[in-house]
Design a protein around this ligand. Structure first.
Ligand code: 6PG
Length: 268
């Protein structure tokens, strides 16, 4: 019988407050990881939602930049599109523009999913390269999984997370660390961490905002289990706790949170 899942959701009033909430959460988790293990190995997602929070982390006029233990961070990506690093679609480029170009990180602290300087690498070769870098950096042997300290996820309106899209091959990958995944709906190739790697992390959280996510959010975390159609349901961290950082619009169909904006759900 799989372990039950406790979902803790924290609701911010609006998108701006959600970004500040996420920046605070990032710093707190990084500080906690560094205190416990001397490093904070964080895997970031792409998309649009994280941009505002990452920009706050980089903003010298905000409190988070000075608090973040930058020299102790190792940044990885949850997934990447099969494009060059400077392409407007690149998750790495988004992160570089809003964060990496503005904070004190050394190149060896940044581990992007590399499709080659011109995006010329075959997706499976890019996945194998990333997997090899994970094995080396985490000193893995045999079937061991890397244990990220924090994995930051988003969720699409179709219930995908990372590049784990509905009805795609990567949903069934149980042993690889990262795989190439063809996304028919986008007619494109991606490389993504596999869901067993994501679930092995110490902390996993979703950052989700906007009214367009309210219905799918309710289906994923309150509806029947159907991970082939709703891949975000595959995310069940080994520690039994999943955190959702939401704005009020995205949380509209969840049970009303308490006075502090916190709510919990249980899933078997
Ligand atoms: C990507 C992301 C993806 C993202 C969701 C939500 O490569 O696009 O990793 O999983 O988190 O699509 O994206 P938004 O934040 O833009 O809604």
């Amino acid at each position: 019988m799989p372990q039950s899942l406790k979902i803790i959701y924290q609701v911010a009033p609006d998108a701006e407050a959600l970004a500040a909430h996420a920046a605070q959460y990032f710093v707190e988790q990084a500080e906690r990881s560094v205190a416990a293990r001397g490093r904070a190995r964080i895997a970031l997602s792409g998309g649009s939602t994280p941009k505002a929070a990452l920009a706050l982390l980089a903003d010298p006029s905000q409190p988070w930049r000075a608090r973040m233990p930058w020299p102790k961070l190792d940044l990885w990506w949850v997934d990447e599109r099969s494009v060059p690093p400077g392409d407007p679609d690149s998750n790495y480029r988004m992160t570089r523009e809003v964060l990496l170009d503005h904070v004190p990180l050394q190149p060896e602290q940044i581990h992007r999913i590399d499709f080659g300087i011109g995006g010329e690498l075959e997706p499976e070769a890019a996945a194998a390269r990333y997997e090899s870098e994970l094995r080396n950096a985490f000193c893995l042997e045999g079937a061991e999984l890397p244990q990220f300290d924090v994995v930051a996820l988003g969720m699409g309106p179709d219930g995908h997370t990372a590049s784990l899209f509905p009805h795609t091959q990567a949903l069934h990958e149980l042993t690889r660390l990262a795989v190439a995944n063809h996304v028919q709906a986008k007619d494109s190739w991606r490389v993504t961490l596999t869901w067993p790697v994501i679930n092995h992390a110490s902390q996993v959280f979703f950052l989700i905002g906007g009214a367009d996510k309210a219905q799918i959010l309710k289906e994923v975390w309150m509806g029947p289990r159907d991970p082939e159609r709703l891949p975000s349901q595959l995310i069940r961290p080994a520690g039994g706790i999943l955190t959702l950082l939401l704005d009020r619009a995205a949380a509209a169909l969840l049970p009303e949170p308490d006075a502090e904006g916190c709510g919990t759900l249980e899933r078997d």
